[in-house]
Write a protein that binds this ligand. Sequence first.
Ligand code: ADP
Length: 339
Amino acid sequence: MSHLGEFWQSQTSRLMLTYLAIIMAMSISFSAIIYVASVEQLERQLPRDFYVDELGRFGPTPRVQAYIQEMIAAGKQELLIRLYVLNIIMLVFGAAFSFMLARWTLEPIERNIKAQTQFVSDASHELRTPLTAIQATNEVALRRKKLTLDEARETIQSNLDDVKRLQRMTSMLLELLNNRRNLVLVPTPVQDIVSQSMTDVAPSAMNRNITIDDQTDNIDVMACRETSAQALTVLLDNAIKYSPDDSTVTLKTKRQRNRIAIEVIDQGPGIAKDEQQRIFSRFYRGDESRTSNGSGGYGLGLEIAQNIAEAHDGTIELKSAPGKGSTFSLVLPAAKEHS
Ligand code: ADP
């Protein structure tokens, strides 16, 4: 990180010097123009054509000529001093201004690169866990003198589980990098989105004997069906993951002015107020979800869902309290005729 700090410092200095050089080049050029123009003006104003007719000829006397020369020299010198002071002031203020301008230019780039570095570092850290597990399982199997067929199967199964975990994780990481700015949003029935998500999560709901009670209304939202269903699947999947066996997850729609909220209501443990903001951060996982066996998450789902909602000009809302379950809502713009 200190290396990165030095890098940004040197980039800031370089950019600052470039800006300062531009400012000073402009200032010195203007000073030169002012100097030339002022001297011309001065020479024109002084009584050059002061004639004496001693011998019937015209022309300045040597005294007048010397006086004129003196006046011009003094004027030039004063002007030079003023321009010199002005340029020193420009240099001081220009340096401060250039520094501010350089920081203003580089800061967003720096922030972006730091976030990317953090992302790569967090992602590598998360990817290492299943890789280490694969390595350990294989090393243990290799060390055994006689590996029975069952043990070999067990090793392969464990490896396969880890590979699936890696696959899920890499596809979620790619999902996060997905730029969805060009989504085509068309009027889409909420129930289309809901039924697609329900198909995705049906196996895990069945495994835990969790009922999904679909009470959504037949309303149209402005959405890309596939992508919005992906966001709803994250919310439904979480509701199932964090709910007790044999419970019910309810889906409802609610109108909010010109938006429609698709609510996913669970009977799970609920989320404390101070955690509600944090759960949307990348790689953040609640303590219980980290330790609970087999919930198999990576702390990426809610960020993906939020990105998708935002690409629809929508949002994800959360109402929850410990012990009272959670309601996550995917809020999307209502289609015109319903707004
Ligand atoms: P993951 O579920 O993979 O851990 P998410 O980004 O989807 O990652 O969720 C982040 C955290 O938010 C979870 O680890 C969990 O602590 C909390 N969370 C999400 N949904 C729920 C829910 N329905 N009930 C309780 N906690 C939840």
